[in-house]
Design a binder for this molecule. Sequence first.
Ligand code: F6R
Length: 590
Amino acid sequence: MCGIVGCFAESGCYEKLMAALVNLEYRGYDSAGVALAGEKGIAVRKKKGAVRNLFGQPLAGTAGIGHTRWATHGKPSDENAHPHTAGKFALVHNGIIENYAALRAELSARGETFSSETDSEVIVKLIAALYSGDFFAAVAAACARLKGSYAVAVLCADHPREIVCAAYKSPLVAGAGKGAVYVCSDVPALFGAVSYVCPAEDGEFLHVCGSEIVFRRADGTPVPKVFCRTEEEGGARRQGGGSYMEAEIAQIPQGISRTLACLRGCDFAPAARVLRAAGRVFTAACGTAHHAALAFGHLLSQEARIPVLCEAASEFRYGDPLIGAGDVLVAVSQSGETADTLEAVRLAKQRGAFVIAVCNAPLSTLSRLADLLLQTCAGAEVAVAATKSYNCQLLCLYYLAAQAVFFKTTRFPAWFFALEGAARACGQALESAAAAERLARRLQGARAMYFIGRGADRFTAAEGALKVREIAYVFAESCPAGELKHGTLALVEEGFPVFAVATARALLQKTVNSLAEARARGARPVLFTQYGAEAAGCGAELFPPLPSLPEPLMPLVSVIPLQWFACHFCLLRGFDPDRPRNLAKSVTVE
Ligand code: F6R
């Protein structure tokens, strides 16, 4: 949700800034802008739409800032694009300033005028109003007046070789590379440009002075920091003119292999001990990560007989959950920066719970907050719609569940050993791409669809429906198969697609019955199962058989044809799967 970047480089600062901004675009693509501080003051270029709209004559200067926007306050427009300026200052911001209306009124009463509808513009106006020659002090004093969340990077015309940044509940990392130093919302945007990175903690400031980066407290005192080495691992490359989403789905087997290798080296004893002894286990996550958490909750309660309460993080944080000392919260997040998930974690920690994070970004806020980190090694995920990270989250969570079973019973469940074959099975599931495309072609005109399943399959169904809504803009709803007849069935009419996932043999016939009820009302049912032979003649279209894994592990592979389907459905409908409208990756605002 909005990406900010700052760069100091003696040469090629503009080009370096633009390259980072292009990499950062998945965080928002409503508008983009850059500013560079040069001999003649600060030059700004900003435009509605994609970063490519900024391409043109390089702006001069050795220090610059850039922004890619996901609109919160004010529509996407040139005026609302960042950087915002006031007097000698230019600023980019990610976050939400909750007291911006009061600050705006105060500044307006002093004669300030505003040229945007954003909350961000008040910050730069405030900095300009508080400035009396000390750049850092003005930014620190302005930040002291802000309520909400922010990562900001600020330029001052009087100090053209400096950038002052601040972070509070919005991510910001410093990076050092050959010939340039950076500040940025995200590490992956700097892959290739930096070798060392260091994240800022809440309330810290980053002061770029030439090629030096100093972390400071608000009073200016330096904070000692250790930078750690970073290198890109597992990022997807688009094939030809293809999308990141296609490339990332195709990478699932590699992500699974890397994650498994990482899990094998993990000491599970602390996690498994707390899980076994836990009074209660909670999960908190959002969107796709929540679907992975739901599948985990189902498996853990089935296999380890431990009760698990799975909550959307946005509900957990405001729901006064019963969590306390002796309980465990499992927080799942690809980015590790999702605001609702982080707040759920902070609440759980305040109340004394043990926090296990399943996260794809080891330097993220979530990874740093957790008592124990299980890293998904999916590699950087660029497409806004999560795919490979979901499969890797499931793998991590299943591994964790198996460890909990082991610590409870001194035996691993039989399916645990089949995790070794998960990457191969995912590879086989990838072969469903062509069938998924044909299905998408046949259903191209569909205006709504349902996804159903029982047991763990209902979470796969929910994930399939989310993908279709998110990138193909078709109304897609999921429900437990048995719930269909309790209301949802009313919307089924002639030709209405109903996708069923059925990977548990014991429940296959029940799900087939639900499809028959839908078919009797004109639905066009499609069944995804590894037990095709047993369902032959059931009246539903049988999707090519899913590869076979032990049933508890089937969600790892059964989601893949649905991911392919959504991707092809989106492409056939003429949309870009990487940049769904209204959305962005890494939801750092509430
Ligand atoms: C859907 C999607 C989102 C994210 C959600 C949580 O395709 O990508 O639903 O899963 O915003 O994001 P993370 O996992 O970064 O916390």
